[in-house]
Design a protein around this ligand. Structure first.
Ligand code: KIV
Length: 280
């Protein structure tokens, strides 16, 4: 009788009764299995995405814009993001929850990065952190990983550096593609478990993906990365003017407006609440 080994659980939608780990992500890369990541900022939304089988939820510093209403990610603070991260952890049971380290909370020194990461892990229960930058943050990545903090890196368009970059523009064209490749390899060497590639030419992202043994997660980086990430308000159609790389899967803004108008009209006409919505 031949023994049949069980197929590994798929990362997207698989059920395991435990949280997704960095080892699961590494195994998916070996199997050439693509997977989705989305942002989440509250418990109820996190629960929906978790139950849909999304393996990694990112509490992005994009919360600055989509939760707090700022026009860039720069103003958001650790105190702003820790409660959102805690809510996403409470709302999910399978997904790995990654907390974004906000602007000026890790760049000053590896020690500062560790103190900030510790707040997200101790106070919010995050399972990993994400930080932006290549060579300039290698010592931060090394200290975090040696201290037991899994690190997701983020290169290409790094929105926290928008004022240095001079706008939200594609990165890695021409010779700067070599620098981006060098950054990706150095981050892997420093111990990062995955790297986000934001707004880079698809061909470059594909080459980076083939050169690394850790997963790449693309956003505006074409289809050749191991995973994709989108801000949930973008993919659900809540964002008024999304970027070119966004695909709108739903018209949430339109549906919400229709629903709230229907509610308001019924309040005004007296049709709501009906007897079945009242206590007798
Ligand atoms: O803050 C964020 O949401 C992000 C993703 C878009 C990668 O960094």
């Amino acid at each position: 009788m031949s023994s049949v080994s069980a197929a590994p659980a798929a990362l997207y939608g698989g059920t395991s009764g435990r949280r997704v780990t960095v080892r699961d992500l590494a195994a998916a890369k070996e199997r050439h299995e693509k997977w989705p990541m989305v942002t989440a900022y509250d418990a109820m939304t996190a629960k929906v995405f978790d139950e849909a089988g999304i393996p990694v939820l990112l509490v992005g510093d994009s919360a600055a814009m989509v939760v707090y209403g700022y026009d860039s990610t720069l103003p958001v603070t650790v105190d702003d993001l820790v409660p959102l991260t805690a809510a996403v952890v409470r709302g999910s049971s399978r997904a790995m929850v990654v907390a974004d380290l906000p602007f000026a909370s890790y760049q000053a020194s590896p020690q500062q990065a560790l103190e900030t990461a510790a707040r997200f892990m101790k106070e919010a229960g995050a399972h990993a952190v994400k930080l932006e930058g290549g060579h300039r943050v290698l010592s931060q990545v090394e200290l975090l990983v040696s201290a037991g903090v899994p690190v997701m890196a983020h290169i290409g368009l790094t929105p926290q550096s928008v004022n240095v970059i001079g706008g939200y523009r594609v990165q890695g064209r021409g010779q700067s593609g070599d620098e981006l490749m060098a950054d990706a390899k150095a981050l892997e060497h420093a111990g990062a478990f995955a790297v986000v590639l934001e707004c880079v030419p698809a061909e470059l992202a594909e080459r980076v993906t083939a050169s690394l043994s850790i997963p790449t997660i693309g956003i505006g980086a074409g289809s050749g990365t191991d995973a994709q990430v989108l801000v949930w308000q973008d993919l659900m159609g809540l964002t008024p003017r999304p970027a070119k790389f966004v695909k709108k899967y739903f018209d949430l803004a339109g549906e919400m407006e229709r629903a709230v108008r229907a509610y308001a009209d019924e309040v005004v006409s007296g049709a709501f609440p009906a007897p079945e919505h009242s206590y007798h």
